[in-house]
Design a protein around this ligand. Sequence first.
Ligand code: COA
Length: 143
Amino acid sequence: MLDRVTAARLIPLFAAAAAAVMGKVEGKGENWHGHVTAVTVAPEYRRLGLAQLLMAYLERLSEAAYDGYFVDLYVRKGNALAVDMYKSLGYVVYRQVIGYYTAGPGETSEDAYDMHKALPRDKEKKSMVPLPHPVHPGEQDMW
Ligand SMILES: CC(C)(COP(=O)(O)OP(=O)(O)OC[C@H]1O[C@@H](n2cnc3c(N)ncnc32)[C@H](O)[C@@H]1OP(=O)(O)O)[C@@H](O)C(=O)NCCC(=O)NCCS
C-alpha cells in the first residue's frame, strides 16, 4: 500500500490508465449543476485516493469553470461502498429514484440514490435538502 504523498506523486503518471471520471454540466436557473456520469478505478489501484482526487477535480471544474450551484450523481442504492464514499466526500442522498437502473435479462431493477453536494454558489445549501419521499424516473426534473 502506497502512502498518500507517494500516491499523489504517482497519480499523474498512471491516472489516465487506472481511473476515469466522466461528467457534464446541465440544468437551468438554480438547477445549473455539475453531474458525475461515472467514476471508476481499476481494482489494483483502489484505496489510493484516486476517486477522491477525480471527484475533487470535477467539483472544482463545476465551480470555477461553470459556476454551478451543486454537483450531483446517481448511484445504485445497493452499492454501499460507493454511497459511503460519496457521503465521506460531503454528498447527501437528495432523493431515491425507484427502478432507475432497469433490469437486463435475468436481472432485477434497482433504485438509485441521487446524491447532491452544494457548491459555494448555493449559499443556503438548498440543493442538499432531501426530498421527503422517493420518486419515479418520470417524476424527475428534466435538466
Ligand atoms: C468506488 C470506487 C470508485 C472508489 O475508488 P477509490 O479510488 O478506491 O476510492 P478512494 O481511494 O478515493 O477512497 C476515498 C474514500 O472512500 C472510502 N472507500 C473507498 N473504497 C473503500 C472500501 N473498499 N472500503 C471502505 N471504504 C472505502 C474511504 O472513506 C476512502 O477514504 P480513505 O481511503 O481515506 O479511508 C472504486 O471502488 C470503484 O471503481 N468501484 C467500482 C465502480 C463504482 O462502484 N463506481 C461508483 C459508482 S457511481
